[in-house]
Design a protein around this ligand. Sequence first.
Ligand code: PLP
Length: 451
Amino acid sequence: HMPTAELQAIDAAHHMHPFSTNEDLAKEGVRVITRAKGVYLTDSEGEEILDAMAGLWCVNIGYGRDELAEVAARQMRELPYYNTFFKTTHVPALALANKLAELAPGDLNHVFFAGGGSEANDTNIRMVRTYWAEKGKPEKNVIISRHNAYHGSTVGSASLGGMAGMHAQGGIPIPNIHHINQPNWWAEGGDMTPEEFGLARARELEEAILELGEDRVAAFIAEPVQGAGGVIVAPDTYWPEIQRICDKYEILLIADEVICGFGRTGNWFGSQTVGIRPHIMTIAKGLSSGYAPIGGSIVCDEVAGVIGNCEFNHGYTYSGHPVAAAVALENLRILEEEKVIDHVRNVAAPYLKEKWEALVDHPLVGEARIVGMMGSIALTPEKETRAKFASEPGTIGLITRERCFANNLVMRHVGDRMIISPPLIITRDEIDEMFVRIRKSLDEAHAEILR
Ligand code: PLP
């Protein structure tokens, strides 16, 4: 019940924000979010903000579902905590593992739980290296990832990621991580057709394997649709070629489904949308719709079998946390019983796509990409030549994001691209309202740039 200014002052004095500078935070003062319902946040001033990012790409079922609160309270009373180390288990963890094995494609039948996506990707690094060591090939320990990828913020997962700004700090990457380029045709395709470019970028994986030595490469990790890197939708030729290369050289394929999973791309998993058969899927975010911190790795029979035969010296205090697991299970029940993924496919995604792609008529917008409920637009001063702005990359994106925020709309910018990833339950009317705010913000940003 404190006035906003006091809350902001306390925040500024004591709270360290991820990926922020004090100068940026101080500029207009942070907004204090107090409540949320459906696709709307409310701040301490009573303003209603349309959250077109579903938090950090995670609140798939929307905010304010009492069922999850009730399940959490019940679980806290019954068994607030127990671990899954050694020879104990509990019903929420085993029931959630069982449900995930049912939902996941192919023989992805085993789940190793973590507290979120970063921890899960750290698990994956150690798991794939341990797998090959147990198979008598300890030298098969290089993991190939992609530039500009985001796989988390722990030392291991940030090493897998390919964000230059992250690699510049804190002594990462760890050894034996290698990065290839992402399939961003609009920005980097030059004279190639998208199909040619998709193949060329996929073949960088083969080139890297041959250069490093095929007996040294353990795994390739990628998101089916790269999210924080800018919603990079690969040309159609890309993923079949990646799958062919992984098969040919016996490389484990890790699909990071932290954003793409649980309906975001119009299927349960992004791997199904792009047609790949991963050995491991990283999950988090939409697993609990962000209501509780939980993530994990869904692992195929072969890898889980080998790992289960050795003592895998790895695990987290909160692996399979009972409250988080119960909440995740309830979230999956809602996604399933309320047919949220059908809503995405039949209602929300087609309507969103139509409106999103129409944004290219705006003078600032060069390209609009969208898969399911994740989309991005490229801002450009000249669409015909796909030109970049003369300003420092990201300047125009930041201006646009701030115009959105001032218009009570959360959108994210990655460089000079703008991104949306709204809750999957968004209605057509809410999409209409979102586009009123998007267009107003783009107009204002355009006017500000021209000034
Ligand atoms: N992988 C991907 C693709 C992500 O987008 C993220 C977070 O944004 C992570 C991993 C890390 O997950 P977490 O923040 O839960 O540790």
